[in-house]
Ligand binder design. Structure first.
Ligand SMILES: [Zn+2]
Length: 458
């Protein structure tokens, strides 16, 4: 059964090492000495929920159940309310609550609740400053880092052009530098950092923490990104695919929509779609679900590298949109290499301003992009009976003002189940930080979710 964080997504500092011969230049970042470690502990972290039923493990499991219950109510819960919602005994709640408070994970106070008969109880809520999680989004064009507190609120963030995206070592050095700058700049106690969640372009090897051969990261080949960042920061690190992380951000922080069955359309250097059913992000066999770049949405559309016409990736990627602007008669800045992700993104940013300023040719390019996205969204909604489509990613903010008004009406007019229920189409509230927030949410999920308890319950 799929679950957030994926099987053994979290690597401990003692985690498995990979050679990196193919990308290690002389003098560059090289794998350090083998880290001490025990595969026994690593295996234990892989699937703690389904291991053993002895009392200590059950107590640990119950602790995450209680934490998860408390976190889902922003107003806080009394012990009696927690007992009712979890089915655990009052004594168990009392014992575990005492431990959670001592660990700084939960605080009391802020109101008395009288949920019914019996004594009033003091509310317990997550202690925002009790722990933190770092999220990193490695997009070929933009590198984004965030720090979330225990409630999932962004407390610090940074963003810049990805340093030398075709040189893995430089990119890794940039990621580590940004993490360190963010942590030192925010004054957060490093001991309170649960870990780092990295959202990366796919395909990736989730189990081994490798970035394999992403089409938009030339020069990357089986890069042990997870273990390198763990080694260089000394923090626990997990690696997940960008679109899966971004979708996970919307399952963890569901404060502005209440759907459990939705599609998340990711628009970055590449295009991907993550599907969420009953609150679970679908991961697929290898954790690489979401490839939607070659879904055909317009048979008269531009020719894709795969040979088809009108693939989603060819229509709404940065390069594809810049090509469409040029074809519509808008001048591209001279000397731009559109195959370079950073240049394509910056060029698109400049060219979408023409649409914002009312250039009808530019507006039509983005209107067409919106319709094509809408046609793709209809396919996913019909297939899985979804009620919500969320769009986000680094590119989304650039095209949203003109594309979003096209998508909702098109989906509503065409989806087969419209007599049964509507489909809501919204832009993500997380903006450019969606992937990084998702990476950090996966860390929080591993720490607080009763399904995976490896961080706090080692
Ligand atoms: Zn294609």
């Amino acid at each position: 059964m799929p679950r957030e964080g994926g099987p053994d997504a979290l690597v401990q500092r003692r985690g498995r090492r990979e050679t990196w011969d193919t990308v290690t230049p002389p003098g560059g970042i090289a794998p350090g000495p083998g880290l001490p470690g025990g595969s026994e502990e690593a295996e234990e972290a892989e699937d703690p929920v389904h291991r053993g039923t002895n009392l200590p493990r059950m107590e640990e499991f119950n602790q995450t159940v209680i934490l998860d219950t408390i976190r889902r109510d922003e107003h806080g819960l009394s012990r009696a309310q927690v007992a009712r919602r979890t089915g655990l005994s009052a004594q168990t709640i009392t014992n575990i609550s005492r431990r959670l408070i001592a660990q700084g994970l939960v605080v009391e106070g802020g109101g008395i609740t009288r949920p019914g008969p019996g004594r009033p109880g003091t509310r317990m809520r997550l202690n925002p400053t009790g722990r933190y999680a770092v999220g990193v989004h490695l997009d070929p064009a933009l590198l984004t880092c965030v720090v979330l507190d225990l409630t999932g609120t962004v407390v610090a963030s940074s963003q810049r052009s990805t340093p030398v995206p075709d040189q893995a070592h430089d990119a890794v050095a940039g990621i580590v530098a940004d993490i360190e700058a963010l942590l030192s700049g925010s004054g957060i106690d490093r001991d309170l950092v649960l870990g780092v969640g990295i959202a990366s372009p796919g395909p990736i090897d989730v189990a081994r923490g490798l970035v394999l051969d992403p089409p938009h990261l030339p020069g990357w080949h089986q890069v042990p990104l997870r273990d390198e960042v763990a080694r260089l920061t000394g923090l626990d690190v997990l690696l997940d695919k960008d679109v899966i992380a971004a979708a996970s951000a919307h399952t963890w922080t569901r404060t502005w929509h209440d759907s459990s069955d939705f599609a998340f359309v990711y628009l970055g250097t590449g295009v991907a779609v993550s599907l969420v059913l009953r609150g679970e992000v679908l991961r697929g066999v290898s954790g690489n679900a979401g490839e939607a770049g070659h879904v055909v949405v317009d048979t008269d559309g531009p020719v894709c590298a795969c040979g088809q016409r009108g693939c989603l990736g060819a229509c709404v990627s940065a390069q594809g949109l810049v090509d469409a602007f040029v074809a519509a008669g808008l001048p591209a800045p001279p000397g731009v290499d559109r195959s370079d992700a950073r240049q394509a993104y910056e060029t698109l940013r400049a060219m979408t301003r023409a649409a914002d300023e009312g250039d009808e040719r530019a507006v039509q390019v983005l209107v067409t992009a919106g319709r094509r996205l809408g046609l793709g969204a209809v396919t996913f909604c019909d297939l899985l009976d979804l009620d919500t489509v969320i769009l986000g990613g680094p590119l989304w903010g650039l095209i949203a003002p003109h594309a979003l008004p096209q998508i909702g009406p098109l989906v509503e007019a065409r989806h087969v189940l419209r007599p049964v229920h509507p489909v809501e189409v919204v832009g993500s509230h997380l903006g450019l930080e969606v992937g990084a927030v998702g990476g950090a949410c996966l860390v929080l999920s591993q720490a607080l979710s009763p399904r995976t308890a490896s961080l706090l319950l080692g």
